[in-house]
Structure formats: C-alpha cells, structure tokens
Design a binder for this molecule. Structure first.
Ligand SMILES: NC(=O)c1ccc[n+]([C@@H]2O[C@H](COP(=O)([O-])OP(=O)(O)OC[C@H]3O[C@@H](n4cnc5c(N)ncnc54)[C@H](O)[C@@H]3O)[C@@H](O)[C@H]2O)c1
Length: 464
C-alpha cells in the first residue's frame, strides 16, 4: 500500500518507519526542513540526534527503499494519486492554559492536504482515500476533519481514527510488537483499509486488534492516558506522601507489598518529583475541558492535575522548610533534563519547572547535565528566559563538583550508580535532593558521608 504521513515528529516518524517495515511504501511530509534532512540522512546518529528513539535509525535505514521524507508539498501532490491512506500526526497543543485543544496546526495541515486531494486523478478524484487521525484530539474531531475536506471540495474519502499509544523511549519496540492496535472507522470499507495497513497485527495471537467507532477510539485514548496519569498521581501524592510523613516506612517495601496484589499491578509504581512529557498533562486538561463543555464536573481529573503540580512544589519547597536552606546565591547541580529516561524530549520535563523555580529563587548558577538532551534544554531557556545562569556541563562529575545542592530530576538508569562519584566530588555539607529515588539503596552511606538528603518518598535524612 502507499501511505502518506502528514507530520514526521515522534509519532509520525516512528509510525511511518513501522509501516515501511510492514512492507508499505511511505512518504512522510513535514514542514520542518532540519527534521526532514536528518530523517533523510540515512545516518543513524543523525536521525537519533533529532528524534532520540531506540531503534528508529536502524528501522529507517533498513527500510530506506520504502520510506522517503520531504518538506515539499509538491512531492506529496505527486504521490497522492495512488495513496490509499493518509496519517495525520500533527501537534495538538493546549490553547493558552485553557485546556481547550488548539487545532490550528492540525486544521492548517488538513487544509494543505485538501488542496492536494482535490487535484488527484487530474481532479476526477476517483481514487478512494482514508484520512486517519493519529494525533490525540477532542472526541468529536472526525466531524471537523470531514467538514474541512467537504468545504474544500474533496470527494471520495473516509475519515478514521487510529490513536497512538506509543511510549516514548520504547516507541519502536512498542510499535513493532504493540499490546493492542485500536482503529476507529464508520464503514466496512475503511475497516478493510485498516486491516490491510495492519495485516501483520490483525491475526496475531498476542496483539489485541480492536475495531471501534472513531469517537470511541479518540475517547479511549484520552481515557487511557488519564487513568495512567491518575495512577502516577496516586503514587506520588498519596503513597509517596505517606512514606514521607510517617518515619520508618521504606517506599520500596511498601511498593513491593502493593504491587504483588495483581489487582493493583506494577505499572507506574514509582515515586517521582513530577510526571512530565508531552501527553499526560495536555490530555488530562483536554479531557477536563471537554467534560466541562458538556456541562458536567471534572473534579477528579482536575485533582490529578493539581496533585502532580503539588508534588513538584512540595519537593522543591522542602529544602527551605526542612533545612532552612536559602537558595539565593547558591550553585546548583541539576542531573537529568529529559522528562524521563531514554528520550531527548523535554516537554513538561521536571527540569523545566525546577529551573524556573531556581531562577526565581536567585541562585547563582545551575550546572545542568543530561546524557542526551542538553541542547534542547538550553534552547528552551535561551528562548524563554535569560540563560546566563545556566551552564550545560558535559559529564555527571562536573554537575556534582563545587555545588551547594544537587538535584536529580530524571530516572536515567546510570544515575543509580552515582553514589561513589557523589561521595568523591560533592562537597561535604551539601544537600542531595533525589527526585527519583535513584540513590535509595545508599541513602544511609551518603548521610554518613555528610550529606543531608531530601528524597521523594522519604522523610528528611539528616547527615550523620
Ligand atoms: N509523543 C508521544 O509520546 C505521543 C504519544 C501518543 C500520541 N501523541 C500525539 O500525537 C500527536 C503528535 O505528537 P508528536 O509527539 O509526534 O509531536 P511532534 O511535535 O514531535 O511532531 C509533530 C510534527 O508535525 C509537523 N508539522 C506541523 N505542521 C505541519 C504541517 N502543516 N504539515 C506537515 N507537518 C507539520 C511538525 O514540524 C512536527 O515535526 C499529538 O497530538 C500528540 O498528543 C504523542
């Protein structure tokens, strides 16, 4: 099959690579020239330097005969006659903190698509095409896409939905062997197109291939993200808080007891200073907004959002409250800038809120380190705030040396082994703030070595 992608970011590039790997011919159109040039480079490092997803570079290179990238709409136009499906993988950000989804980018792209669709088959439009929404959008979005197409005079098309459930950092592995594939369509004809696209999954014994309506597909995506997010919020704001407030409770022991109840399970059962990323917060806010727009309350959804923010505020305030620490004029080491391990994505990362807090407190310098995403973080602050206080360093040891306080904000696995480096390089009397419990197995030794420790899920651990 010939498939066209509109948008080649995290979702578009990963999904397109998997489609090519499934034997389809794929063209990815994206307006970002730098991204297109990196994805077209056939150089694994270059591909993964812009989209750090394990396996993405190899998959694109292995399937290079079947996958092309372009920023020129004319290329998409040449391709459109035999295209059977078009995947829309566009950003759907929140509009100015309102919770409402800002559909301007999506709609602009849909209008560009309509311009080329009306020209297909020398304007006869006799080839049928399925427009598939892969972005996370409001529940009734299919109608909006149809309206845009009809207003532009597009004929002979269907609109379906195929929400993306990828987990950043494991996107390729997860897309090649997904636990489930959800497709939403209105007609048997459209379901058939989906079955052809996903023939490698339809008959699989291990993959749930679920056919629902487009609105059910969109609603399921928003609800799934909300449920996962609420689980994290419960873990941070209730389980973690109990372990912080009652002495003698080891978070890891409580965790073991809880997760061995199969009804509870272990997904997301860790403590953290904040749940970031591009989806959970945005999608929960959208869900809340949509419920309120229908005249109902969304208190539980709103509470999950505020519990997440409360967690970050609570963590950052503990240094002053529990140690009477003054931030002003201090040098801070910040380890971990990505929103989680195995990604270069910094959207809503804890490092951003933490840095904003540190800047408002008047710190002297932030020595920031991340194994992959330092440049994205620096770019964010260069664009948003004076970056003169931020010093991106090249190694963990530099972020640890000569600082007054050390904050761990990402769960990069290598941070678990930093205790010895810390005991060697972090000045005695400095404070360790572990926002991910990365050093939990050695808090006792670190305290004996002279550090006060503030960790999510533990009461203050005083230097011995
Ligand atoms: N990132 C995730 O983990 C994830 C998971 C599931 C769902 N989603 C949803 O998928 C959607 C896309 O997310 P993403 O993370 O891939 O975003 P992204 O920002 O990484 O990628 C979007 C791409 O669209 C391109 N684009 C913008 N306007 C365009 C236009 N007119 N024509 C062609 N391309 C255009 C951008 O240049 C960008 O490369 C969002 O709705 C998101 O909520 C994301």
């Amino acid at each position: 099959m010939k498939i066209l992608y509109f948008g080649g970011g995290f979702v578009g590039a990963c999904s397109a690579a998997v489609s090519a790997d499934s034997g389809h011919e794929v063209l990815v159109y994206d307006i970002n020239k730098d991204l297109v040039s990196s994805l077209s480079s056939r150089d694994k490092d270059k591909i993964e330097s812009c989209l750090f997803e394990k396996g993405l570079g190899d998959l694109i290179i292995r399937n290079q005969a079947r996958i092309k990238f372009t920023f020129d709409l004319a290329d998409a136009e040449k391709y459109i006659n035999e295209t059977e499906a078009i995947f829309m993988c566009l950003p759907t950000p929140e509009r100015d903190g309102t919770g409402e989804t800002n559909l301007e980018i999506y709609e602009a792209a849909a209008k560009n698509l309509a311009e080329i669709l009306i020209k297909r088959n020398n304007s006869a439009q006799n080839s049928y095409v399925l427009i598939v929404n892969k972005s996370t959008v409001p529940i009734d979005m299919v109608n909006r896409t149809k309206e845009i197409m009809l207003a532009a005079g597009v004929k002979n098309f269907g609109v379906g939905s195929n929400p993306e459930f990828l987990v950043e950092g494991k996107a390729i592995e997860g897309s090649v062997r997904p636990p489930r594939v959800v497709v939403g369509a209105d007609s048997e004809k459209d379901f058939m197109i989906f079955r052809n696209i996903y023939s490698r999954f339809v008959e699989s014994a291990n993959i749930a291939y679920l056919e629902v309506s487009p609105a059910e597909a969109e609603a399921s995506k928003l609800l799934a993200n909300y449920i996962l997010f609420s689980r994290l919020a419960n873990c941070f704001d209730v389980v973690g808080r109990v372990c912080e407030k009652f002495p003698g409770l080891q978070f890891e022991n409580i965790r073991k007891v809880l997760i061995t109840d199969t009804r509870i399970g272990d997904w997301g059962f860790y403590d953290s200073l904040f749940a970031g990323g591009s989806c959970f917060i945005k999608d929960a806010r959208s869900l809340s907004h949509q419920l309120k727009a229908k005249g109902t309350k969304a208190d539980l959804v709103d509470n999950v959002l505020s519990a997440n923010q409360r967690q970050l505020d609570n963590f950052l305030s503990r240094a002053k409250e529990e140690l009477n620490f003054t931030w002003s004029g201090k040098i801070v080491g910040l380890l971990g800038l990505a929103f989680k391990q195995d990604t270069n994505d910094i959207r809503n990362a804890a490092s951003l809120g933490t840095t904003e807090f540190l800047l408002t407190q008047g710190v002297k310098q932030i020595k920031a380190y991340d194994p992959v995403t330092g440049s994205n973080y620096l770019k964010y602050f260069a664009e948003h705030k004076a970056a003169d206080k931020i010093n991106l360093v090249a190694a963990e040891a530099e972020a640890i040396s000569n600082v007054d306080i050390l904050i761990i904000a990402t769960d990069w696995p290598q941070f678990r082994g930093l205790s010895d480096l810390i005991m060697k390089n972090l000045p005695k009397g400095a404070v360790i703030m572990d926002g991910r419990r990365m050093l939990a197995t050695r808090y006792g030794e670190l305290a004996k070595a002279g550090y006060d420790i503030i960790a999510v899920g533990s009461p203050l651990i005083k230097a011995a």
